[in-house]
Design a protein around this ligand. Sequence first.
Ligand SMILES: Nc1c(C(=O)O)ncn1[C@@H]1O[C@H](COP(=O)(O)O)[C@@H](O)[C@H]1O
Length: 179
Amino acid sequence: MGGVNDPSQTAPPRIGVVMGSRSDFPTMEAALDVLAQLGLAYEVRVLSAHRTPELLPSYAARAERLNLSCIIAGAGGAAHLPGMLAAFTRVPVLGVPVQSRALSGNDSLLSIVQMPGGIPVATFAIGTAGARNAALFAAAILATTDKEVRERLNTLRRQQTQAVLDDPFFEGHPEAGAE
Ligand SMILES: Nc1c(C(=O)O)ncn1[C@@H]1O[C@H](COP(=O)(O)O)[C@@H](O)[C@H]1O
């Protein structure tokens, strides 16, 4: 997890990424790719409210000690990890519902989104789109105070738009080139 030459792995982490199991990695990799693309330093851990409950308060304390700007937490099924982490820290938790096999991630989504008032978890879409957006949201948080991150995010948006415009299927679009 995190390539040897990955620049996002050489600086002190600004963002924490945790997941309930190694089996969540194919989903959470989408978040790591975005963070790496934006050159944002992160750290990755497997952490489970069910299987490693005693590690949750210590990871929450670590997040505060390192002054992480947020924690991206992915989990599937009875996805208690994001909410339990949020209960232990004021560091913003961005929850990613991993697509479960039995219930297609609806269980993960509802477990993460339905927090009681008082302990917020920002909840994203099920699966890789949610993981990607959580990373972009984490970058947007940093961009409020970091001009360089702001510029990188703007560039990424411009490239995204250009990729649509460059698609041959876009040619002849009734709105293409319209004033
Ligand atoms: N939802 C949680 C938590 C938690 O919320 O603490 N810990 C593990 N899990 C989830 O169990 C699913 C199956 O895990 P395994 O593949 O290891 O059996 C994973 O999607 C993981 O996120």
